[in-house]
Write a protein that binds this ligand. Structure first.
Ligand code: RIB
Length: 309
């Protein structure tokens, strides 16, 4: 079971505050920490901790954050041969504020993540050979993402796209996607809908009509909606109620876990239930990568929540 992630690596600079300041407001009382993050790296770590063999394709700067990010992934058993080092750009950085309810706001300076070219990805994927699932967020150039999807699809691998941050994508790319994984805001933004007026069902229908095969909309503590493109049916995957500490990387955890479930031959609904349990655990812990659970933790969590016969 082999997963390739094409995506971002960021160092997360996090301030925990009672509330997130409004524009123009200064608030004291924060606690500062750094955590390895970046949606791509988080998804890679989530899948590796749940038992997959993972190769990461990405780009960092020739700096201390970049070295730390590569070391952290290697320590998780992730193949970092194709995490390139750009000589002039800085490693990606995310400035994150987390409030007392565990909600966050994130500002990203992408830096080296946007130096990953289509040619880099093509070279890396040719040398990696066969794999089962390709996982990608949208924090690297679109051309790179499109090339990776084409190669993976031609080689018979499943393509999982997490459209975060959201944007309207060309049908050429959506046609290559097996499972699209936006959250409840991103699904509307992808169809160009006004955020306030966006209807999840309407947006989902539109995306499926553009060629996406299956769609899972994650909705935090409301669970996830799975739209099956083949049968035109939908199913609610319930959330597992937990005490939220920090929602950072909960979506990434869901994506990585879903990839593992699909690699293991689970149905999409089964893999989504597994992913929902994994991401619930991640919400109970601070930070991006430190919050991602091991396989044993997820299995124990599922077992403890099974109704007794
Ligand atoms: O999804 C969470 C991630 O988004 C953070 O780790 C941050 O780096 C940004 O990429």
């Amino acid at each position: 079971m082999k997963i390739v992630v094409v995506g971002s690596l960021n160092m997360d600079l996090v301030v925990r505050m009672p509330k997130i300041p409004r524009p123009g407001e200064t608030l004291l009382g924060g606690v500062f920490k750094t955590f390895p993050g970046g949606k791509g790296a988080n998804q890679a770590v989530a899948a590796a901790r749940l038992g997959a063999r993972v190769t990461m394709i990405g780009c960092v700067g020739d700096d201390a954050f970049g070295r730390e990010m590569r070391q952290t992934l290697s320590a998780e058993g992730i193949d970092t041969t194709h995490v390139l080092v750009h000589p002039e750009s800085a490693t990606g950085v995310a400035l994150i504020q987390v409030d007392a309810k565990g909600q966050n706001s994130i500002a990203v300076a992408s830096g080296a993540n946007f130096e990953l070219t289509a040619a880099d990805v093509e070279k890396a994927m040719l040398s990696i050979g066969k794999f089962d699932v390709l996982v990608m967020p949208l924090e690297t150039p679109l051309e790179t993402i499109y090339t990776a999807a084409q190669i993976a699809s031609a080689g018979g691998a499943k393509v999982l796209l997490n459209p975060a941050p959201a944007q309207v994508l060309e049908p050429d790319l959506l046609h290559l996607v097996d499972v699209l994984l936006p959250n409840e805001y991103e699904v509307g933004l992808m169809t160009g809908a006004d955020l306030a007026a966006a209807d999840i069902h309407q947006s989902a229908k539109q995306l499926l009509s553009l060629g996406v095969k299956d769609l899972i909309v994650t909705m935090g503590d409301q669970g996830a909606l799975f739209f099956d493109g083949r049968t035109n049916t939908e199913m609610l995957i319930p959330a597992c109620p937990v005490q939220a500490v920090d929602s950072t990387a909960a979506g990434d955890c869901f994506v990585g876990a879903l990839a593992v479930g699909l690699c293991e031959g689970q149905t999409i609904a089964g893999a989504a239930a597994f992913a929902s349990a994994a991401s619930a655990i991640s919400v109970t812990r601070a930070g991006a990568q430190p919050s991602l659970p091991s396989r044993a933790e997820v299995e124990k969590f599922i077992c403890e929540r099974k109704p007794s016969p």
